[in-house]
Design a protein around this ligand. Sequence first.
Ligand SMILES: *Cc1c(COP(=O)(O)O)cnc(C)c1O
Length: 403
Amino acid sequence: MTQPIQSDSVPSSPSVAAVPLIDLVAQHQTIADEVQEAVARVFAAQSFVLGDEVAEFEYEIAEYCDARDAIGCASGTDALILALMAHDIGPGDEVITSPFTFFATASSICRVGAKPVFVDIDPVSFNLIPEQVEEAITSRTRAIMPVHLFGQCAEMEPLWRMAVQHGLVVIEDACQAIGAEYRGRRAGVLGTTGCFSFFPTKNLGGAGDGGIITTDDPEIASRLRRLRVHGDTGGYRHVEVGLNSRLDALQAAVLRVKLRHLDDWTAGRQKNAGRYAQLFETYDIDDTLQLPQVLGERRHVFNQFVVRVKSDRRNEVLASLRERQIGAAVYYPSPLHLQKCFAFLGYGAGDFPHAELACEEVLALPIFTELREDQQDRVVEGLVEILELSERQSVRLKQTRAA
Ligand SMILES: *Cc1c(COP(=O)(O)O)cnc(C)c1O
């Protein structure tokens, strides 16, 4: 059976040597039959919006994250918006979040009429600096929205303390972090509500857009179930104005297949991350290249493998990698506080130096599960050549190391 495979990924390599940043075609080939079967099941039932398929998937995600409930919706962005709505966050309210993240983190806050308040990020974890969160709390603060960027959980414990002390809600932007853990607990149950995306390039990616919200609070759960269907409590009784934001049965069916493979796929990503560290170990990279760090008490799921290259060289390195047909990308090239649409918030250049420098230095390298060793070798060799890294002399231990 020959069937064209639709995909958002970089098209298949024209030359053997090319290494894509992500290869969704390679992933699909490993599960094509299972996916076809799941899709056929939905067509046979002709039930396309919510229904049993979605209910089963919600149950499985709740179990996966160890949450009481999971509520499917149309996208990760909608998950954030619905979560904010379910907590009655709107005009006059402030939500503290990161300026170094995907746009939707902050846009969801604006979309409900609340005000995003940015604080700077830690340069190693790329996640919120808890002390700065605390300093940003005002009488208008209603929520903290940490982002588990690139697949590693933010520092949560100080945020829990602040939330209790100031009566705040914690909404996790866990869109890149399904299966990530902090102190043995999964992303999605590290706050009041957790928001996930099933955009195709996420670790659990659908065949289009999709999202889900996790929570342990039964009242928030039932409010979310109502908000996603126009605030309808059943029988066209609308008790509040909600959204049309539902998960399609087709998405749920595909995602249920993929969820069964997620832990294997995550292990593959972790293995690739470990292998990068090993391969670079042979070289003196300290001054030029910083590899991502797995922090203590974390399970990092590596939605992205993001290195830092000294700011004056990053763009040149990116261009040279692309010339060599090695996939690389910048997540994210501009901090949110400097986006035109957020100018009304009154921030300026220099307000969040760590976030601004990260935008100039970050570089995402291929980390997808199906990345072959020869492909990964090419990524490392390419970088070594471009950066002219020298081989490490074992006697030449850096002073920084002793410090
Ligand atoms: C992907 C993503 C989102 C939005 O998800 P969509 O499903 O694309 O709407 C939000 N926040 C972060 C951090 C993301 O990576």
